[in-house]
Design a protein around this ligand. Sequence first.
Ligand code: ATP
Length: 590
Amino acid sequence: MLMRQVAEAFQSLELTSKRSEMTRFLADLFEQASAEDVDILVYLLRGRLGPPFEAPEFGVAERLILVTLSDAVAMPPCQVEALYKKKGDLGLVAEELLPQERSNLTLRDVYDTLRQVATATGAGAQERKIRLVSDLIKRSGGLEAKYILRMLQGRLRLGVGDATIIDGLSEAAGGDYGLRLQIERAYNLCSDLGFVARTLFTNGPTAVEQIGPRVEKPIMVALAERLPSPQQVINKLGRVEAEPKYDGLRLQLHKDHDRVRFFTRRLEDVTGMFPELASAALRQIRAERAVLDGEAVVYNPETGEYLPFQVTVRRKRKYGIAEMETRYPLRYFAFDLLSVDDRDLTRESLLTRREELVKVLRWRADDPIEVTENIITDDAAELERFFQDQIQRGLEGVVVKRPDSPYQAGQRSFNWVKLKRAYRGELRDTVDVVIVGYLVGKGKRAKFGIGSLLAAVYLPQQDKFRTVTKIGSGLTEVGWMEMKSRLDELRSERKPARVDSLIEPDVWVEPAVVVEVLADEITRSPMHTTGKVGSEQGYALRFPRVVSIRMDKGPEDATSEQEILEMYQMQQARPVEQPPDAGKPGKHAA
Ligand code: ATP
């Protein structure tokens, strides 16, 4: 496949924000691709060189790209720089300076070279990168170079999410959206959409159906819905299994013989950060290969107390791991077993999976990996007592699960329900929103150039981000300045394709940064697009303040529109009361 064909499709994608058109362009593009090219095409559409958990970072500085471009077009760097200042995008500069004729550069050439650029290390790496990029630019036409340079800068931003790519693949391979669910299921189990696309194009839909969890690939995590009280949980689910809800870091543990890897819920490989858990896994897990789901929590060895999320996250830092290990030892509470010795357990019931988990884990007192305790009950009073016990221990609450449910990778469903300490008199739970823009504002903070954040929730069915609030508090002055510089890196000249907004902020940003906010209530609002149908009002968070930055979440992991509607319903059904403990901060309070 020629890079030219890909660049033309990228251009069409860039010019529309209509999902149906995007799907059509993608389907056309996939139809032109061979089975050998389709996986890299899927990766490059998201501006990556592989699935998120193993794609190398480009690591090419802007200056280096600029100098390389000026060398390739034989123009002094100061002139290229002047053009860059005018256009604000090196891709557009390259498009103007390079010839528009077709080049015979293939998609494979581009991908292989970009991988060499990204993985070059050691002495002379910089020179090698320059030479590779320069050769690539010299062989490109203007349009190809535009997208290649944007990729190198991590600024491709075509506005296509996984959901739209899945629709495009389904249409290309089956003529309609009929394969969507199969592709999505397989993707949720291996987190590698390129691999799924290649399997589909090589061996057809039956082969896609056979994709199961694998030790070498992270599985998208199952997520929980919310309900307000034990009674409502029992009314909705009947007999339940309930476990303590630990306030730590979700970690998926993959053991493959003598190798152990850990993945976060964003599919980041964080193996190097938890060495003592890795050696515990080798000691404690009886199987050759196994995938466990669980929560890692740090505790204070003197008091035995579990410490909050923020402290666990600090453990993730790469440096000072040895020191952190003694100061903040870890426990890993395993609550699920997804595969063991290549047996796919995701289709088994929760109770079967837990039985297998108990069997597979060797455990003696003080071993760092343990299975979460649990109760099974259909009695709301018993569930309430178990819940209160967890609160007494300083935990967040409980996660209640359907005993006969399969593991629904990548899905938020009522198979799991979280019951958290209520912030009575306030919204019961925090909400995770994605920043899609900011307003410069007036007053004190205007001098920093940022006054409030325009925030959105996610609508997975349409792959859209709909605005739900403007946030003007909760960050320190330094926090606001850091936020501004992070957002400026994501700045977009126009409204990003996936954003649905009636408010025009001063600066649009690509949806990437997720913040946890606590708000007083959800109200109906004409200003926001969340839940808005026709001329009806949408929904908005009132008096939101930032509680934490959710580094562990990607934009698609933000609270969904559906959850906001459910929280609104719960709020309407709640008696109005103002207990003395109202206003406690959220789980991730710094
Ligand atoms: P929250 O901010 O409430 O943790 P979330 O969006 O991070 O929500 P949810 O799926 O809504 O994630 O809530 C479940 C989370 O609770 C899991 O992602 C996991 O990190 C954590 N957790 C703690 N203990 C358990 C448990 N026993 N079973 C399942 N999840 C648990």
